[in-house]
Design a protein around this ligand. Sequence first.
Ligand code: MG
Ligand code: MG
Length: 256
Amino acid sequence: MAWERNVVIKNQAELEIMRAAGRINALALQAVREAIAPGVTTGELDKIAETVIRDHGAIPAFLGYPGPTPYPATINSCVNEEMVHAIPGKRVIQEGDLVSIDCGTVYQGFVADSAFSVGVGEVSQQVRTLLEVTSKALEIGISKLRAGNRVGDVSAAIQKHVESFGFHVPREYTGHGVGRKMHEGPQVPNWGLPGRGMVLRPGMTIALEPMVLIGTPYTRVQADQWAVSSADGSLTAHTEHSVAVTDGEPWILTAV
Ligand code: MG
Ligand code: MG
């Protein structure tokens, strides 16, 4: 994609719609989060998200998304070594699992895109650290989404935080602009150099999504051609918000 030619600045009315889409997406993710427990299948979580989205007059954004095959579900449900894009189904959540849920909603023509990772029941100290680092990476990245900063300032801040714990960010999967399309410009990698890349402007809307791997930066696409796992099978986590750049503070569109 020609990322830099696909930057769309939104006006206030459009941002309000994106906020409404983001709230619905947040409610869907909140319902999924509350349902995550040992014995629940990822397919059941998918139905919960779809129901919340449709009950609000919105549409699942991932459903039918073009790929090797049209994406068949509402959420991505990743467990442990799975990082992004895993299709929900019969997999049963177990005590101690690390679960990452990504969800998208289309409302009045605009997309919201957000994700979270959570530990199930008692998890290891390593999982707790990974979850904290991933959440903090998103928080730090969002704090850099300010008019006048450059994309590289955001990317570098995320990378620096993650790598300071000896963890890794993947190179092949990135954050992105979001709006009428799920993927617009600019591309926002989780690695980069400060002072480089596009200057951020008010009205840009960005789905910022740190992905963190414990073992190496390398990933592997699974046999279904959708799910992406860490290449070495080690744990990964993923968190995401759609955020508007404003004249002042960044505006998180996908918060509850
Ligand atoms: Mg997402
Ligand atoms: Mg995204």
